[in-house]
Write a protein that binds this ligand. Sequence first.
Ligand code: ADP
Ligand code: ZN
Ligand code: ZN
Length: 758
Amino acid sequence: MISNKTPTIYQVAVPSPLRRLFDYLPPSTLPTSTLPLTNSTEAGANSLLPGVRVLVPFGRRKVVGIIVSTRQKSSVSLAKLKPIDSVLDIEPLVPQQLFELYQWAASYYQHPIGDALSSALPALLRKGEAIPEKNETHWQLTEQGKGLPDTALSRAPKQQQALNLLQKNLLLEKKTASRDDFKQLDTSISVLRQLEQKGLIETVKIQPDSPIFDVENLLSEQPLTLYPEQQQALDNINLHGFNPYLLHGETGSGKTEVYLQAIEKILRYGRQALILIPEISLTPQTQRRFQMRFNCPIAVLHSGLTDRERALAWNAARTGQAPIVLGTRSAIFTPLKSPGLLIVDEEHDSSFKQQEGFRYSARDLAVIRAYRESIPLILGSATPSLESLYNCEQDRYTKLVLSSRPGNAVQPRWQPVDIRKANLSSGYSRELIDAITDTLAAGNQALVFLNRRGFAPTLSCHECGWIANCHRCEARLTVHRSPNRLLCHHCEHMEPVPASCSFCHSAHLQCIGQGTEKSEETLEAMFPNTPVIRVDRDTTRGKQAMQAIVDQVNRGEPCILVGTQLLAKGHHFPNVTLVAILDADGGLFSPDFRAPEKMGQLITQVAGRAGRGDKPGTVVLQSHHCDHPLIATLTQQGYNAFSEELIRERQLTQLPPYRHMALIRSEAANSASAVQFLKFVRQCAERLLPATDKIGYLGPLPAPMEKRNGRFRHQLSIICSERPTLQRMMTILCQELEQSRLANKVRWSVDIDPQDMT
Ligand code: ADP
Ligand code: ZN
Ligand code: ZN
């Protein structure tokens, strides 16, 4: 019985910027019969379980919250507590263990729990709606239709045929027929409408039977015969219990085939596999390879879905209806009925780290999730992150290596081109132009990589040196030609291309440097008889755009691809034999300590597009610093030696992964406020943990791009040799900062294990 004196207090996570839970009284009308009961009699027989969504009053609004725990006493007086308005779920939405992972993530990443929990859910559920059901429209006979003789409509044979199908079905004790059933009879929808209008049939909503998943019939194509290294990697994967692996396979070495065969095994155990990949819409091939191999439902979760589609896919994973779940970053939060295997493909990819709001790393959460669910984890990459390589060194992960390519394919040959004093035509050296000419003459394809979209990165006045800058950012405006305009790549500010200089009014304006649009134009002029295909964010906006490009390239005729890093991601173009990197120097002198690592990964990934078929490939790398030790190591000794050098450097400088980092950012319309807040943060932090050899503070310092979108940005980094120490300190620090008056004057955020320091 509920005692009136000590009602259970519910601690609810409410979407708000505060890092705390809020107390509520039980709802006044508790629909007891439909709600699950906890075993605890102390907590009152009618407790709602953690993970159940509720509607609660919050300020003047009603918001969707999630019950996290219960307690007997609140720090707020009972008279002031408000009751839960209504209960939205009969049972918790996700398994307890996963719900605990959500909470762990909120606390580890120092993110307000209400916001973290709701962003772990599909948008539809976040908004308080019920889990959608998959309905199909079927047709059935009305009473009038049932009474009709089976030749009554012989003057309308199409209608007669449709009616007869339903009559026949009825005899077989099947009351309805689906759209597909009618399609087999060639019955059009208008024929069904006519029967509906005559009152003979009516529509009903049917929940389709879950497709029966037949293990005997699991595969729809034969798996490839693994070559020995692949077989060894597969054999070494222990599918029972928590076993983390780093599958370090060169580009094109057949990692995906290893995943597919590991997944096959886990499905045969009746378990599910969750695979995270960086970006689905840009790599339609990956999704297709899974669908071609397996004869079972695959739930696909990515940002291109509608809220309803996403919630349906999420639910198919949750109910176990989809044995395979394929998704981008946020799919790490998808519940699984019987988890069996986690895979993170291209684990080094920075898209696994959310860069705003709830700044979690899906790759790192995958490790925690696999541990908590006691399942194996495969992190795969041709260019593993230094973190994962370090974890292998520390024996936390087992390393599996694929060092060659299947069949006749071999790793490409490097050809560095020193462009310090070279005479370039629009960025192209003589050597490169010759290489492209030879490639096309041999009937092959070339790929030119240039990580800058638009026509030119700078518009300048030839008379006075004026440069078109963004007035909101500390950045130049990029000239775009199709359509014609100046665009800021940092704040999306757009303006027309001026006819004359804003300073001296000279009409002599010039574009300096080149982007993909300019390169496309240059290549078209140099190779007028060859199609030039540009691949960047501007040409791949449409849903099918990337697929159309992939299809065109895979038809195999000679062509030149020119594009940004979108070209580096996972594509398999068997006829590309030449890859050109127009300017390799981007990452060498950046203030971000991760820039060289990212540069090496990008160059290696792009280079990996060459020679994936039977023909050997070449990589032309243009650089002003061909003798720079990092460039030299990468091109002469490969990514392994390169990453070892970087790890040694990180050890010397005691940067991650040797120590752990938290970055506190602050931004304000007024630079001084942003700095003042961070000075205060540093004071608080140093009071909690004075700087020692274990913990260090750096800042406040201006962000590498100090002004962006009209605001001034500063940052403070904290670096510590012990993760738990840093975490404890950050938890107390964030609580203090939330209360501070200074915090109201700025926009501030905490980034744990930051990936991007700009
Ligand atoms: P990765 O994922 O390492 O980039 P993929 O799995 O895409 O490499 O494999 C590259 C190519 O090699 C694909 O066309 C794939 O079908 C082929 N391949 C992979 N494994 C084998 C094998 N054992 N035998 C023959 N071809 C293979
Ligand atoms: Zn801008
Ligand atoms: Zn001028």
